[in-house]
Ligand binder design. Structure first.
Ligand SMILES: [Fe+2]
Length: 288
């Protein structure tokens, strides 16, 4: 069945997709159309979905192998492909605070960061808790020429350890009796990696800025102060209002974003409201 898309942003960086029930088996034509739409638009929004964990995993698998997150304390025990993000604890997983409240591209600190992620809003607050998305194609396209020259061919350093330490201080699952530490194997997997600051999207062929506030800690071959200052400037540039979409969640929303051409950021909400979401994550390639 052909899909139809409706832009949610002036640049059609985000589109709402109609005509797909994600709980049903999909034919090859629909998957090909969705794959093309993702490379073109970067964020796909599906409304009024109702998915079991098995169905979410099955749909996500059409786009590649699934990533099993290294912070396994948040994984659903019987379906480790699903990260449970819930402020009340759900599905056998400890509650988590609003952990992604900083601009980031998921798991960019690995040698092969994910292609994309699907986030399914099961129970969401009536207000607040929006997810912001930044258009990193747009961020690259609008960089001043001198900055483009400065970053072309350069690599940035991505690492999770600093963020993990910062997160631990805000997340109640990291405190008291619930406190957990990374084990040696996890620490080793979080060794810093280098990625090009400007990457080429393997499907669309477009260039996108690929640094983020959450995990990018320096620039290879640049002094610490200079590198951090440039990263700050790039982040400010990429998150200016015309490049940002704010997704107000409704229960049953599924948002499928391309992790290679976007950053995202959680926003706050009244913790008296329950918020439970399931994320599946698709493995990606080495950025070039
Ligand atoms: Fe995230």
């Amino acid at each position: 069945m052909p899909i139809s898309t409706k832009p949610l942003t002036a640049s059609d960086f985000v589109v709402e997709v109609a005509g797909v029930d994600l709980s049903e088996p999909q034919d090859a034509e629909t998957i090909a159309e969705l794959r093309t739409a993702l490379g073109k638009h970067s964020v796909l929004v599906f409304r009024e979905q109702s998915l079991t964990s098995e169905q979410q995993i099955e749909f996500t698998r059409h786009f590649g192998d699934l990533e099993i997150h290294l912070v396994r304390q948040y994984l659903m025990p019987e379906h480790p492909e699903i990260i449970v993000l819930s402020n009340v604890g759900a599905d056998g997983v400890k509650p988590t605070a609003n952990g992604g409240a900083y601009w980031h591209s998921d798991i960019s600190y690995r040698a092969k960061p994910p292609l994309g992620s699907l986030l399914y809003g099961i129970e969401v607050p009536p207000e607040g808790g929006n997810t912001l998305f930044a258009d990193m194609y747009g961020a690259y396209d609008t960089l001043p020429d001198d900055v483009k020259r400065k970053v072309e061919g350069r690599k940035a350093v991505h690492s999770y350890l600093e963020r993990f330490k910062a997160m631990r201080s805000i997340d109640r699952s990291h405190k008291g009796e619930d406190k957990f530490e990374l084990d040696e194997e996890q620490k080793k997997s979080f060794a810093p990696v280098l990625h090009p600051i400007v990457r080429t999207h393997p499907e669309s062929g477009r260039k996108a800025l690929f640094v983020n506030d959450g995990f990018t800690i320096g620039i290879d071959g640049m002094g610490d102060d200079e590198g951090k200052a440039l990263l700050r400037d790039l982040n400010v540039h990429a998150t200016r209002e015309p490049l940002v979409y704010s997704h107000a969640w409704r229960p049953g929303d599924v948002v499928f974003w391309d992790n290679r051409s976007t950053m995202h950021c959680a926003t706050s909400y009244d913790p008296a409201y329950t918020r439970t979401m399931h994320r599946t994550t698709i493995q990606g390639d080495t950025p070039y």
